[in-house]
Design a binder for this molecule. Structure first.
Ligand code: PLP
Length: 397
């Protein structure tokens, strides 16, 4: 017998919550846990621009043959431009992307690259962070350390962040959320990014920017601020990009790892390593989602349509954040929750405690993640007052 010793491990707690939610008969139940964008009706829709691109592909795609370990060169170029900007001097020979199965695939590729080519380096991850950061790098054999990010008062602890990273051994890797920090929703200001950059230079750290929400915070161009600042100021940088959220392509597994190197020659050496790592991980990336993105980004009418759709998702999040705080203000809770309007992206560290989250679930059938993380897009505007009064009731002592 071979499998007798295999132990059952707990699954993702969010999927457990999903099951509880689905089995909950309460009519006004709310699902604010899962990490996908939801529209007013609770659906994660296929964008119209994606549908149109898929129609085009159905007519014009000529082969399902392999696309190579780096993926489609045109997709890679378009994503690099989207992230670094059309006028980036790095485009000539210092930056290039490798297509990967989603942002997770891009992170795993980066992790393998670091494990094999930068042995002995640890990766520093924000506390808290998206839980997969920790498990993914550990699984690839990269030691994981943590830097302070959110303090006890539910805001960015910039001094703590600078203090921990100032102690990081020279050469270590630091993973940063380019925008829409998951799980907190708290991002750095332009000034704070500049302050962090100084530490990165001083400690000779290698930044890895996880860019999973471009277009969800302030806009497509504005959200690229940190990546472009770092690309301009540092010789070397890694960026992972995900098309799951901004193109709504979650299950199509579409993303890229962008490597920025000091010279064209070094970039080619890195890319040779990435091709080998990708070959061992998944051989070739899946093609469909990237083909959709390529068609959208290279067709002016579709690109305009996509930009409009992305902007309307962003505006909806922005509106929900404001409406929720206004509804809470009616219960005299503005001060306690005003930070929700300063956070960005789909997630919010509401500031509710684990005990309050439990009460929301038990007494009001409102489902959030333990430390008070809510997916803002799970809120239906018709139920916002109901949500605010439930929160008010668990905030009463
Ligand atoms: C911070 C962060 N990084 C990366 C990802 C990976 O996204 P995907 O692999 O679905 O493209 C996510 C998805 O939730 C995320 O929140």
């Amino acid at each position: 017998m071979h499998f007798q010793g295999v132990k059952t491990v707990p699954g993702d707690p969010i999927f457990g919550l999903q099951e509880l939610y689905h089995n909950d008969p309460a009519p006004g139940k709310m699902e604010l846990a899962l990490g996908v964008y939801k529209d007013e009706h609770g659906n994660t829709p296929i964008l119209n621009s994606v549908k149109l691109a898929e129609r085009h592909l159905q007519e014009h795609e000529r082969s399902k043959s392999y696309i190579g370990s780096h993926g489609d060169p045109l997709f890679n170029e378009l994503i690099t431009r989207l992230v670094l900007g059309d006028d980036s001097p790095l485009l000539a020979q210092r930056a290039a992307a490798t297509q990967a199965p989603g942002g997770t695939g891009a992170l795993r590729l980066a992790a393998d690259f670091i494990a094999h080519n930068l042995p002995g380096r640890s990766i520093w991850i924000s506390d808290p962070s998206w839980p997969i950061h920790q498990t993914l790098f550990a699984a690839a054999g990269v030691p994981v350390r943590h830097y302070t990010y959110i303090g006890d008062t539910n805001q960015v602890d910039m001094d703590g962040l600078i203090a921990t990273l100032s102690q990081a051994p020279k050469g270590d890797v630091v993973l940063l959320h380019a925008c829409c920090h998951n799980p907190s929703g708290f991002d750095l200001t332009a000034q704070e990014w500049t302050r962090l950059l100084e530490v990165i230079k001083r400690r000779e750290l290698l930044p890895l920017l996880d860019f999973a929400y471009q277009g969800f915070a302030e806009g497509l161009e504005q959200d690229a601020f940190a990546g472009r600042l770092f690309a301009e100021q540092l010789p070397e940088l890694l960026i992972t990009h995900s098309c799951s959220k901004n193109f709504g392509l979650y299950r199509e597994r579409t993303g890229a790892l962008i490597a920025c190197a000091a010279t064209g020659e070094q970039l080619q050496a890195i890319r040779s390593q990435l091709a080998v790592a990708a070959r061992n991980l998944w051989s070739n990336p899946p093609s469909h989602g990237a083909a959709v993105v390529t068609h959208i980004l290279s067709n002016p009418a579709l690109r305009t349509e996509w930009t409009r759709e992305l902007e309307s998702m962003r505006q909806r999040i922005f509106g929900l954040r404001h409406d929720l705080v206004e509804a809470l203000a009616a219960h005299d809770l503005r001060q306690l929750f005003e930070h929700i309007t300063r956070q960005r992206g789909i997630f919010s560290y509401t500031g509710l405690s684990a005990a309050q989250v439990k009460r929301l679930q038990d007494e009001f059938s409102i489902y959030m993640v333990g430390r008070g993380r809510a997916n803002i897009t799970g809120i239906n505007s018709a139920h916002i007052d109901q949500l605010a009064s439930a929160i008010a009731s668990v905030c009463e002592e």
